[in-house]
Design a protein around this ligand. Structure first.
Ligand code: HEC
Ligand code: HEC
Length: 233
């Protein structure tokens, strides 16, 4: 009995020491193979229990709900460094936590006052159609030249789109404004009706913060696991 207890305590001390070592490392440091295997296995368990409900069991997200695919190389926030991923997981997005990401929402341009903060005026359904034509043309699709010209003027002018999504419409990872000219969509399938819905009704996806719910080492393990999903071939 006594010796079993000694073995258990020794095992716990060993795994605590291993976790302590993991936390002392730079989040993006290269791990020793056995350390990495243990961290990813633990991270996967956390992911299955806490994250899969929104991001899916394989992390591929849900465009019906606006939960991003975590298994691609496209990041809404930051550049995909483990430290940045950990920051998002710890404090969330629009989560009402002071350290969470909370710099911009997608205004509802179909509403009478799309955004008081940004002082933007509403757009008519025709205006929104023109902006969609402009964006489709930027992605290489054919669209009416007149609609594209009108849409460009709205994008770069009174729509204020450029201010958040960038003059080139390639997005801004400092505020979580998605790229609008790639093949990755946060909401819907990128078809004109689904893009129309984003522009007319606005979007403000919420990612809860896990700082109080997961331990420091669990946060690191699940961040490493998320990073590994994006690195799979
Ligand atoms: C209640 C649903 C929900 C849960 C649970 C959830 N997420 Fe999220 N997560 C979201 C949404 C929605 C977004 C996108 C928010 C936005 O629109 O900016 C997001 C964004 C993220 C991002 C940013 C991705 C990027 O491209 O920058 C990461 C990383 C992430 N989640 C990881 C996790 C992990 C890990 C867990 C579990 C510990 C988790 N999430 C649990 C809904 C959720
Ligand atoms: C104040 C900043 C801001 C402005 C202005 C703005 N957007 Fe957005 N937009 C965002 C943010 C932030 C998101 C992501 C919302 C989320 O994560 O839930 C977004 C999301 C979107 C989406 C969904 C993209 C996807 O991948 O599903 C589309 C489409 C879009 N915006 C188009 C536009 C157009 C067109 C305009 C101008 C008429 C515009 N936005 C103006 C910040 C802005």
């Amino acid at each position: 009995m006594l010796s079993l207890g000694v073995v258990l305590v020794a095992g716990m001390a060993q795994s605590q020491a291993r976790e302590g070592r993991l936390l002392r490392l730079d989040p993006d440091a290269r791990l020793a193979p056995d350390q990495r295997t243990a961290a990813l296995a633990a991270g996967r368990r956390v992911f299955r229990a806490q994250c899969a409900g929104c991001h899916g069991p394989d992390g591929r997200g849900d465009t019906g709900y606006g939960a991003p695919n975590l298994a691609d190389r496209d990041w809404l926030y930051g550049t995909g460094a483990v430290g940045e991923i950990e920051q998002t997981i710890a404090y969330g997005i629009r989560s009402h936590q002071p350290k969470g990401w909370n710099l911009a929402d997608m205004p509802a341009f179909g509403a009478p006052r799309p955004s008081a903060k940004e002082r933007l005026d509403p757009l008519s359904p025709g205006d929104i159609g023109d902006v969609i034509a402009f964006l489709s043309a930027r992605r290489g699709a054919t669209a009416s030249a007149e609609a594209v010209a009108r849409g460009r003027a709205i994008y770069q002018g009174r729509g204020g789109c450029y201010d958040c999504h960038g003059g080139d419409a390639a997005g801004d990872p400092a505020i979580g404004a998605p790229n609008l000219i790639d093949a990755v969509w946060l909401y819907g399938d990128g078809s004109p009706p689904s893009v129309f819905r984003s522009i007319a009704q606005g979007r403000r996806g919420v990612m809860p913060g896990f700082a109080g719910r997961l331990s420091a080492v669990q946060l690191r393990q699940v961040s490493l696991y998320v990073k590994s999903l994006s690195e799979a071939p």
